[in-house]
Design a protein around this ligand. Structure first.
Ligand code: AMP
Length: 248
């Protein structure tokens, strides 16, 4: 597998040779660290992804953030995505998969990646398998954070985000120090259009209909680890940290 990758991708070989040297860890050290952070809207994937990214030096790839970046730059893809995002619907698979394929060409993803908000459909999950197989890799774990609907609605209703860096706040439990100003980058803190109450319910329904079946898909392959999203942010992080540590 390694020799093939070195031949096909050239510079990738360098990273994978480092992987070979990582003796004494559980999981398959021959594989780079590809993880999916899976769960309903509002469960805290973005917050946890930021922490895991720092803790494990993984590239954080959030399709929601990628779409919002296109929106900000007013690209054609951004304009298309907006029409779906504003009503809480999923952006079509071909568009989403194409965007992830482009993102995966960036070298920061070659040694591992934390996918957040992707895949959201079976077709996306199958494409992800193909994209990873193209580089001789496969997913190590799918980290499924779950919480009941009332908890999700309460969190989404209070969620605030930074328009510039994407940092996430909670108006009640974790507001920015200066109202409306991001602690991290000084950008504008706002409520996402799709966090408005009328769109929240639709997003959760879309999740239950189109995304939830992925839990069975991954469980059947022995890749799913369930984590209780009702715990505190620190407790959820600790659970995730242990799973990632073991899988590495
Ligand atoms: P998120 O930030 O993950 O909550 O995503 C915000 C919105 O972006 C979603 O409600 C969808 O409209 C769109 N989106 C994000 N990721 C995907 C995906 N994997 N497939 C389709 N649409 C997506």
């Amino acid at each position: 597998m390694y020799l093939l990758q070195i031949e096909v991708f050239g510079p990738l070989g360098q990273f994978n040779l480092q992987e070979i040297d990582r003796g004494g860890v559980q999981g398959d050290p021959a594989l780079a660290d590809y993880f999916v952070l899976f769960g309903p809207p509002g469960v805290g994937k973005g917050t946890q992804a930021e922490r895991l990214k720092k803790g494990f030096n993984l590239a954080h790839v959030s399709t929601g953030d990628l779409f919002r970046d296109h929106l900000k730059r007013e690209t054609e893809l951004g304009k298309l995505a907006k029409s779906y995002m504003d009503r809480g619907a999923l952006v079509p698979d071909d568009v989403t998969i194409g965007m992830v394929r482009e993102r995966m060409k960036e070298p920061d993803t070659w040694n591992g990646m934390l996918l957040d908000g992707f895949p959201r459909t079976i077709a996306q999950a199958e494409s992800l398998d193909d994209l990873l197989a193209e580089r001789g890799e496969r997913l190590k774990q799918v980290l499924f954070i779950n919480a009941p609907k009332p908890v999700l609605l309460a969190r989404l209703g209070n969620r605030l985000s930074c328009r510039q860096c994407g940092a996430i706040y909670n108006a009640n439990t974790q507001p920015p120090k200066v109202p409306g100003v991001c602690d991290v980058c000084g950008g504008e803190v706002y409520q996402r259009a799709d966090d408005r109450p009328e769109v929240q319910l639709r997003r959760i329904d879309v999740y239950l209909e189109q995304t939830m079946p992925l839990a069975d898909y991954y469980e059947g392959r022995g890749l799913l680890t369930k984590i209780d999203g009702e715990q505190s942010i620190d407790e959820v992080y600790e659970s995730l940290r242990q799973v990632v540590e073991r899988a590495k």
